[in-house]
Write a protein that binds this ligand. Structure first.
Ligand code: F6P
Length: 424
């Protein structure tokens, strides 16, 4: 039998930004594909911070079964972070430190699993590697529940949050409808999606037709119009007897202010959101006098592996595998993106796309996906969204009734360098 030589060097994988129900499926895709090629995978603890701190994890210490169990375990198994690398001019030392860590551990491929900010980080690193004469391939791996990455048809993580949102909207609506005559008349669900209304739109899959829930969807792409909102809630309660509203956390008033600004900002300068549902509920009570309930699923929505979409879980694994394939054939500064060739039957494939076309861009919900009154989704939106929530992804349960989620060993790689002191 011919001897197969493993490519020389190690591959570093890191998770970045808000985690999802299926980001670990991508990690499984990366590790399984690299193992099949005889390449050792290190993971950075807490995203790029782990790389800066030389806090690396040796995934070869994990059993085959543990890696396979990542496919059904939510959260970020190696830890994630929100940490923005400054521009090369503003903080060259940070980039040099990363290359120093990569050189010390013979890391030749860097896979960064995140959204548009992370694509930017991967792109910058690919450039600095070249500028410093260090041979390094950087691949961005798509992930975001917000579904707002450019170029790719959809983002791993979105299909599952979309399914959770559609199912929860349907279930809560059955509850509200049961007691509307004597109790709650308005139910408001707040969903994630900072600037793009993809998750809110997915709630629309819960029902079709004027009387089916959700009766109103509030998209961040539209300016919040208080009078139109109240008029539609009132008309729905009078006609149907109750009303379900789904609101994106990112809706803004005519002055451009978020209705749900919690007042804090993350490392990227993003406003922390949360609290639009109680604001809307108070308005409904004050102006219309209806009894209400509201819910803010917050992290529940993006971690709900028990309600994951099969398509999403499969795509999450596939982009991880493709990222390894691309890296090992020498591609650089690209991202494996999902390309749709047909809605029904749903057909998709994965192709490489330049990070430069993805970094720092945001894909909003197209106008043609929102109904003319701005409160619902169109048939085109249904055609796009429906396949993404299709199917259930297997989740093994234990005798205690809880899912068998894996806890990795996360064995540390011995450090070789002096400790890193941030300049910021
Ligand atoms: O990563 C996307 C996202 O889930 C947004 O929809 C949400 O606004 C944000 O992350 C929350 O971020 P964090 O967990 O850092 O507060």
């Amino acid at each position: 039998m011919p001897t197969r030589h493993a490519p020389s060097g190690r591959l570093l994988y890191a998770q970045s930004g808000g985690v999802t129900a299926v980001i670990n499926a991508t990690a499984a895709g990366v590790i399984e594909a690299a193992r099949a090629k005889g390449v050792k995978v290190y993971a950075a603890r807490n995203g790029i911070l782990g790389a800066l701190r030389e806090d690396l994890i040796d995934t070869s210490k994990e059993s085959k079964a543990a890696v396979a169990a990542l496919r059904h375990t939510p959260g970020g198994a190696f830890g994630s972070c929100r940490y923005k690398l400054k521009s090369l001019e503003a903080n060259r030392a940070e980039y040099e430190r990363l290359i120093e860590v990569f050189r010390a551990h013979d890391i030749r491929w860097f896979l960064y699993n995140g959204g548009n900010d992370s694509a930017d980080t991967a792109l910058k690193l690919s450039q600095i590697g070249k500028a410093m004469g260090y041979e390094l391939a950087c691949i961005g791996v798509p992930k975001t529940v917000d579904n707002d990455l450019a170029v790719t048809d959809c983002c791993p993580g979105f299909g599952s949050v979309a399914k959770y949102t559609a199912v929860s909207t349907l279930e809560a609506s059955l509850d509200v409808a049961s007691m509307a005559e004597t109790s709650t008349k308005v139910f408001i669900l707040e969903v994630m999606g900072r600037h793009a209304g993809w998750i809110a739109a997915a709630a629309g899959l819960a029902g079709a037709g004027a009387d089916a829930p959700p009766h109103l969807i509030l998209f961040p792409e539209n300016v919040f119009d208080e009078a139109a909102f109240l008029a539609k809630v009132k008309a729905t309660v009078e006609r149907v007897g109750w009303c379900t509203v789904v609101a994106s956390e990112g809706i803004r008033n005519a002055q451009g202010q978020f209705l749900a600004d919690a007042g804090t900002r993350d490392a990227f300068g993003h406003v922390q959101l949360g609290g639009v549902a109680p604001t809307l509920a108070a308005l409904v009570k004050q102006k219309l006098g209806y009894k209400y309930h509201w819910a803010l699923p917050d992290y529940l929505q993006r971690s709900a592996r028990h309600c994951a979409s099969k398509v999403d879980a499969e795509q999450a694994w596939a982009v991880g595998k493709a990222a390894v394939d691309y890296a090992l054939v020498g591609m650089n500064a690209v991202m494996p993106v999902i390309v749709r060739s047909s809605d029904a039957p749903y057909r998709w494939k994965i192709e490489p796309a330049p990070l430069a076309k993805i970094a720092n861009r945001e894909k909003k919900l197209p106008k043609g996906f929102m109904t003319r009154d701005g409160f619902g989704i169109t048939a085109a939106a249904r055609r796009y969204l429906a396949p993404l929530i299709a199917g259930e992804a297997p989740l093994p349960y234990g005798r205690d009734g809880l899912p068998n989620y894996v806890q990795l060993k996360n064995a540390a790689v011995a450090k070789k360098l002096a400790a890193w002191t941030p300049e910021r």
